[in-house]
Design a protein around this ligand. Sequence first.
Ligand SMILES: [Fe+2]
Ligand SMILES: [Fe+2]
Length: 135
Amino acid sequence: MTQIDAEAIPTVAIDFMNEDHQEAVELLNLLLEALAEGTEGEVTSSLQNFYVHNREHFAREEEQMLRVNFPPYGCHKGEHDRVLAEIKQVIERWETDTDRAALLQYINGTVLDWFMNHINTMDTVTAMFISQQSA
Ligand SMILES: [Fe+2]
Ligand SMILES: [Fe+2]
């Protein structure tokens, strides 16, 4: 089973965001582990943990964006909302079909691509803006 390398995750200018992103990698690796050798129940709870983590992490980023009046707030929040809705749908699908191959493909493909891309673009710009406002 291939694990995600936490050191491959780009860093941004705000510490709490980096810490949250590292935690996301840990949760994704637990999910991959559960998918490889865990029960269906373990996969479901790992998936739910990942969903809750994202909901809380996104809320923290959004709170900071509002605090500093980040102009593209709506655009960044829109991406967060879209991804949360997507993960929710994937959880429902998993609970119906328990298709491990499909879920693995979603994590290794869609989620990882999104995660790297989102950090490299919206999170990087947002963190830079927040750190300049706070300075
Ligand atoms: Fe983030
Ligand atoms: Fe974000």
